[in-house]
Design a protein around this ligand. Structure first.
Ligand code: SF4
Ligand code: SF4
Length: 322
């Protein structure tokens, strides 16, 4: 029980009302599946995570999307079977936290099969907008999802999603015993009525802080509820005025973040993946040897906020940079 309490404490935004339900689900899951217990313990130890950007296409087209420059339909897609084989063969025990993302990953025709193949071997988190065809028949979806337990991060997007439909889908997932964390970016586009429905729903919804430029062109926020946050560093990375630097992934005991694009190229930075620049490897060439190397990049200032915590940079290219 102590471990279950620890796991639950690590989940942001979870409301007291949902704790009992999640605790029951975790107990059942851990008792039924010893492998799952190992993965949850891995998570407690902050193992490094892999991400598979399965499909850059999206059923929505949000005005604030940080991927707005991505060639969604034009992105070549490697068969997921190859990515699955790569992950199963190469990922070490410390690299078994896997994010499946997009675009909207669930629009990929092989999304379900990919989860089915990997959920016993990885601690999987899927980020989804809950608006794709996968959720049109909720009974069928729930029957499948309960048999393949993973973690769902459900993102609300105000321009396209009906908040009542969002709440009802999250609630059904939670009532079925799935771990579903509902959240949304707090943009000016969220109406008061939507806000009221979401925050009053009792599903544990929380808003994420918007990171980007406000209407006056100021990079916001200036403060962030994270002791590691530095506004100067945020401005250096995301404040515009792109310039050269050398940059690398922060190493955690020689394990580093590792992002797989739909075409099988491997990147260590979201922005480079979205722009298809400077891959550090490809799944057909094995685990990348250059994962932790410094590399030159001309985009410092135009970085993605998702990379702030995991990348370190030097403003002046170092002579030995590869
Ligand atoms: S749902 Fe997400 S990926 Fe799709 S357009 Fe909106 S912000 Fe972008
Ligand atoms: S885009 Fe930013 S975080 Fe990514 S490699 Fe370049 S400088 Fe580093």
């Amino acid at each position: 029980m102590a471990m279950i309490r620890q796991i639950l404490k690590m989940i942001p935004g979870i409301e007291q009302a949902n704790l009992m339900r999640h605790r029951r689900r975790l107990k059942r899951q851990l008792a039924d599946n010893p492998d799952r217990l190992r993965f949850e313990l891995d998570r407690l130890e902050q193992r490094y995570y892999l991400a598979y950007f399965m499909d850059m296409r999206c059923n929505y087209n949000c005005s604030y999307c940080i991927q707005s420059g991505v060639q969604r339909g034009g992105y070549t897609r490697t068969p997921p079977d190859e990515v699955i084989a790569y992950l199963l063969e190469h990922a070490q025990a410390k690299e078994r936290c896997l994010g499946i993302l997009g675009g909207e990953a669930t629009v990929h025709p092989e999304f379900k099969r990919t989860v089915e193949r990997l959920h016993q071997s990885f601690s999987i988190t899927v980020t989804t907008n809950l608006g794709s065809k996968l959720y049109e028949d909720m009974d069928a979806f729930l029957e499948w999802a309960v048999a393949h337990p993973i973690e769902w991060h459900a993102s609300f997007h105000a321009e396209f999603m009906d908040p009542n439909l969002f709440v009802s889908r999250v609630r059904r997932m939670q009532e079925a015993g799935l771990l579903c964390i509902p959240e949304g970016v707090d943009t000016a586009g969220v109406s008061e009525a939507q806000r009221e429905i979401l925050l009053g729903s009792g599903i544990g919804f929380h808003f994420q802080v918007y990171l980007g430029f406000d209407a006056d062109g100021t990079l916001v926020p200036k403060e962030y509820p994270d002791p590691a946050f530095s506004y100067d560093r945020y401005v250096a990375m995301c404040g515009g005025n792109p310039r050269p630097c050398t940059c690398r992934t922060i190493s955690r005991a020689h394990h580093a973040r590792h992002l797989i694009a739909p075409d099988g190229n491997i990147y260590n930075c979201h922005q480079l993946l979205y722009r298809q620049l400077n891959p550090i490897g490809h799944i057909r060439s094995g685990w990348p040897k250059r994962l932790l190397d410094w590399q030159e990049c001309n985009l410092l200032g135009d970085c993605n906020p998702c990379d702030m915590g995991d990348m370190e940079f030097r403003e002046v290219p170092s002579p030995g940079a590869s």
